[in-house]
Write a protein that binds this ligand. Structure first.
Ligand SMILES: [Zn+2]
Length: 158
């Protein structure tokens, strides 16, 4: 998909179709709030420039992402009385970066599950709760250590 055919590159012109309304923008980012959502204030933070994925963020957008998302999340939290704001980034739908910002309160429609299948909670001795899926058990520890080693090598060498 090129910027010419990208729905999100159309900016405000696509907001009606996407059932959302713009609430903020600056030189590089725009924030829209959904008008079709299970929770109030469900929002999308997007770069104005056609940047496909978070891992491809560069230039001015890379330099301003932190301040922009923090400002937006604080406003969403305060405006909705949410306890916190969940952040989701997927990328396998529309290939133009859109960060989902979801104000969350206990008991609302949102959950914190990231894996499919039957989810089981396990209380750990340190008080934390581990969630796991009985359909997708954890991979062997050696495989996970190998993945960590590859990431470390890419980031710091070795
Ligand atoms: Zn785009």
């Amino acid at each position: 998909m090129t910027a010419d055919s990208c729905l999100l590159c159309r900016g405000a012109a696509a907001d009606d179709e996407l059932e959302r309304i713009e609430v903020w923008q600056d030189a590089h980012w725009r924030l829209t709030v959904s008008l079709s959502s299970e929770v109030a204030g469900f929002a999308y933070l997007e770069p104005k420039r056609h940047i496909r994925y978070l891992h491809e963020l560069d230039g001015a957008e890379a330099a301003t992402f932190g301040p922009a998302i923090a400002r937006c999340m604080a406003a969403l939290k305060d405006a909705t009385g949410a306890e916190l704001v969940y952040v989701y980034v997927f990328g396998d739908g529309i290939p133009h970066l859109h960060v989902h910002l979801a104000p969350h309160r206990a008991g609302d429609a949102l959950n914190d599950q990231m894996i499919r299948g039957e989810i089981v909670e396990e209380k750990l001795p340190n008080g934390m709760t581990r969630f796991f899926s009985t359909d997708f058990p954890a991979l062997p520890r050696r495989d996970l250590e190998d993945a960590a080693d590859r990431v470390r090598s890419l980031l710091i060498g070795g």
